[in-house]
Write a protein that binds this ligand. Structure first.
Ligand SMILES: [Fe+2]
Ligand SMILES: [Fe+2]
Length: 284
């Protein structure tokens, strides 16, 4: 590990794009049980571009709404305000991560598709397993690999050595740590901390590869980790990270996950992820 390089990486975290102020306000509303549709409309009033994207997403095949939605108010009525906030955050995040990621073998759009798939799989698992988790878990799932956006160009320059290490049986994030002194999960957590995101979300991103090492067991981390593993199995946008990915048996046990659950999620995930990713891409 080279301290100079680690300092450069940490500098890149500091200059990483910020989240739009509207997204942060809406994230705070998610925690507020008394939030009203009027408050959401107020936040979006001065964001015409964002509103257009939200309506496109709302009208995507994924939500299967019986009628074409033309306003934020109508979208809230049909989907509920929590769902609508998730859609807004999805739109904001797509602008940040819908780019090629060097080093990880992820062409433009692949990290985005993978992130959407993990978020959709997370949502499905939560319903199937009847888990009680905070609403921001879907947004954390969308951002779980955001650290790759920073680490990618460093991985690119060391890739031959890193592939050799991975061949010896180390997981890719272990190789990242031995090479740079930090991995993409920890970098992602630092990005979310800079954005002033809640600790629950930061922890999901930080421990998504190693839920058993989290400060305490947390089903929100377990479910995003499991969704990530299922996306690997379905071959959705894992690129290089897919080599030597270690699923946690403990997380499956804590969740009560069975083969039946896995089959249900795997059979539908690809279609849902493609529908959502396509409707977001067409807006950019
Ligand atoms: Fe990851
Ligand atoms: Fe991932």
């Amino acid at each position: 590990m080279n301290q100079k390089e680690l300092n450069l990486i940490l500098d890149d975290v500091k200059s990483f794009p910020s989240m739009p102020a509207a997204a942060l306000k809406l994230l705070a509303l998610l925690k507020d049980d008394d939030a009203s549709s009027a408050q959401i409309e107020q936040v979006l009033r001065y964001e015409p571009g964002l509103t257009a994207n939200i309506l496109k997403l709302t009208n995507s095949a994924y939500f299967g709404l019986p009628t074409q939605v033309g306003s934020i108010r109508q979208a809230i009525l049909l989907l509920g305000w929590k769902k609508l906030i998730q859609i807004v955050l999805t739109s904001c995040i797509s602008a940040i991560i819908d780019k090629p990621v060097q080093g990880y073998d992820l062409p433009a759009g692949d990290l985005w598709r993978h992130s959407i798939a993990v978020s959709v799989a997370t949502e499905t698992l939560i319903k199937l397993l009847k888990l009680s988790v905070p609403d921001d878990v879907f947004t954390a799932a969308l951002l779980h690999d955001v650290g790759k956006m920073v680490l990618g160009r460093y991985v690119e320059t060391e890739i031959i050595h890193m592939d050799e290490e991975a061949m010896r049986g180390l997981s890719f994030e272990q190789v990242e740590r031995s090479m740079f002194g930090i991995d993409h999960a920890e970098i992602g957590a630092k990005i979310l901390r800079r954005w002033s995101f809640p600790t629950t979300m930061i922890n999901i991103v930080r421990w998504h590869h190693e839920p058993d090492n989290a400060p305490k067991p947390d089903v929100a981390i377990d479910v995003v980790h499991t969704a990530d593993v299922l996306c690997l199995m379905a071959g959705i946008g894992m690129g290089r990270e897919g080599l030597q990915y270690q699923p946690s048996e403990m997380a499956s046990k804590r969740l009560g996950l069975t083969q039946k659950h896995i089959e249900i999620v795997a059979s539908q995930m690809l279609q849902w992820a493609n529908e959502l990713a396509a409707s977001v891409q067409s807006t950019t």
